[in-house]
Design a protein around this ligand. Structure first.
Ligand code: ZN
Length: 250
């Protein structure tokens, strides 16, 4: 059996909402409940430039929550402060990884307070750039009610470090035969071609899309750990080779 989930990153008060609305319409037409990565206090200059300030931002977030979408805490300010690649080693930039516990606790505490004040329940954590470390998890346990992490590279949901993990492996739709796959889109930068491919895929496979509360989480074993490390090192090697090839061309 194959299960698909879909995650949209970077909802903030200065989005280009036309770009987002086409995703929402598509999901609602097919009864798909996505995960939305909501930034509680965006200061990321790139995202500040996407569109006009939306005074009804939190109203929109509450509306998405009412529709049954999963609302995720997408960091606090979405501002990268370290070059640490964290547990998953996917990117060399982070709002959390490598920062002292006290600094990470302050971010999670402020983020939790904002969501609470706005009447929004965040059931999962989504680290900007997929970068976070053990201290982020400690801070989440102390200052939030979050029990789920939307990240990881394995092909099924699992339990680890006291959290439920929903792996987020792919940036675009792909046909799979089995297991659980999250497609991670960024509406602000998604091209028309990518969106068209997503539409086509959903028309064909909408029945395989599940919401986060339909998932079953298995225990993480030593074998999973070896598999995950192998995936991490394969990705790192691939990136190094790509970099070397680019240098040779240059
Ligand atoms: Zn982001």
């Amino acid at each position: 059996m194959v299960q698909y989930l879909i995650r949209l990153d970077d909802l903030c008060p200065t989005n280009n909402l036309t770009k987002w609305q086409r995703f929402f319409n598509l999901f609602d037409d097919f009864g798909i409940k996505p995960i939305i990565a909501v930034i509680p206090y965006n200061v990321d200059p790139k995202l500040l430039k996407c569109g006009n300030y939306n005074p009804n931002y939190w109203q929109l977030v509450r509306e998405l929550q009412r529709k049954g979408y999963t609302i995720g805490m997408h960091g606090y300010e979405h501002l990268y402060q370290s070059t640490n690649s964290g547990l998953l080693r996917m990117n060399n930039r982070s709002e959390f990884a490598g920062l002292p516990l006290i600094a990470q606790e302050a971010k999670i505490k402020h983020a939790s307070e904002i969501f609470k004040q706005e009447g929004v329940i965040t059931s999962c954590f989504i680290a900007p750039a997929h970068t976070f470390d053990i201290n982020t998890l400690i801070a989440l346990k102390k200052y939030s009610y979050i029990k789920t992490i939307s990240d990881g590279l394995l092909n099924m949901p699992y339990k680890r470090f006291g959290f439920n993990w929903i792996p987020a492996q792919l940036s675009e739709v792909a046909e799979k035969k089995a297991n659980t796959w999250t497609f991670n889109y960024h509406p602000e930068t998604c091209t028309d071609r990518e969106f068209y491919n997503l539409e086509k895929f959903i028309v064909k496979y909408y029945k395989h899309f599940v919401s986060t509360d339909a998932l079953v989480f298995k225990e993480y074993t030593w074998y999973d750990s070896i598999k995950e490390q192998a995936i991490i090192y394969r990705r790192l090697l691939r990136d190094k080779l790509k970099f070397a090839a680019a240098l040779l061309k240059f």
